[in-house]
Design a protein around this ligand. Structure first.
Ligand SMILES: NC(=O)c1ccc[n+]([C@@H]2O[C@H](COP(=O)([O-])OP(=O)(O)OC[C@H]3O[C@@H](n4cnc5c(N)ncnc54)[C@H](O)[C@@H]3O)[C@@H](O)[C@H]2O)c1
Length: 273
């Protein structure tokens, strides 16, 4: 089966999970090029997985592959999409927060006729939100519940002198729009951004964040009201085995997107499919 050439931008935890998925062998893809601002991370990734990929600039990466995966940082997103557009390369953007900051990138990708995809990340229910949006949504609310230590150090808590140490019962530490939540709790940026993009945008999407001393996992509850009726999803995430700060489901959603893209690529190039 023809293998799709994949370029990784960012060689950290999510890149590692993608390499594990590719190495398992049933995704028709090969990692052909990698880029990282810290070259040493790229070297370690290739060594860890005994891969023969090129370590190169973003521009060289986008030129050499069939599919570019950004798994670096929100501030890398614009240049990754621009490199993908320049070279006509489809791309997956994992740092979804970067797209909320620059929604024009979707329009430019569409005009350039490249696929710009985002993974569902650490939540479920995006299919329903997208479908419901067709008939108009009245409200979208995200409630994130985390153990207090998972929120410690967030800019909003520091600015408002909110101490979550020693809580004995759940405390709502933030209520506002997704746009405000993205700035106040940068570690939640991707979930709030993904829901906003699927639904009614960052200024209309409501976010509540709860520090819960009884919580053992990070959970995200989404409630959507609209002409279709009402939907409610709850996702309880365990941490990634390789990165306690990231939800395992987020990595798995990137792997699932890669599998879909590689399978479609192989089908297009296999006579008789
Ligand atoms: N969509 C989601 O639900 C979701 C969930 C978790 C993480 N993420 C995002 O995915 C991204 C990667 O997460 P991770 O856990 O693998 O992070 P990580 O810190 O483990 O790895 C990021 C890597 O990218 C590199 N990097 C940073 N800026 C870069 C740039 N401009 N160009 C090239 N390389 C760059 C770093 O040196 C590092 O090696 C982050 O932006 C994170 O917020 C998204």
């Amino acid at each position: 089966m023809p293998k799709m050439k994949v370029g990784l931008v960012g060689c950290g935890n999510i890149a590692t999970d993608l390499c594990i998925a590719v190495k398992e062998g049933d995704i028709p893809a090969e990692i052909a090029a990698v880029t990282d601002i810290a070259r040493g991370k790229a070297v370690v990734l290739l060594r860890t997985f005994d891969m023969d990929a090129a370590i190169c600039s973003l521009d060289e990466n986008a030129a050499a592959v069939d599919y570019l995966i950004e798994c670096a940082a929100a501030d890398a997103v614009k240049e990754v999409v621009e490199a993908a557009i320049k070279h006509g390369t489809d791309c997956l953007i994992v740092s979804v927060g970067g797209l909320v900051e620059d929604p024009e990138l979707f329009v430019r990708a569409r005009e350039a006729d490249i696929a710009l995809t985002i993974p569902s990340g650490a939540i479920c229910g995006l299919d329903g939100i997208r479908a419901a949006q067709e008939a108009g949504l009245r409200s979208v609310t995200l409630t994130t519940r985390k153990p207090p230590k998972g929120l410690a150090g967030a800019p909003y808590l520091v600015e408002h002198s909110i101490d979550v140490d020693g809580l004995t019962e759940p405390r709502v530490v933030f209520e506002g729009t997704a746009a405000e939540a993205i700035k106040a709790f940068p570690k939640n940026v991707n979930v709030a951004a993904t829901i906003s993009l699927a639904g009614i945008g960052p200024d209309e999407t409501r976010v509540q964040i709860i520090a819960d001393p009884a919580a053992t996992v990070n959970s995200h509850e989404i409630v959507v009201d609209g002409a279709f009726g009402r939907l409610r999803t709850v996702t309880e995430n365990v941490p990634s085995p390789r990165n306690a700060k990231s939800s395992y489901l987020a990595s798995l959603s990137a792997c699932a997107e890669l599998r879909d893209a590689a399978t479609a690529f192989a089908a297009r190039r296999t006579p008789g499919w």
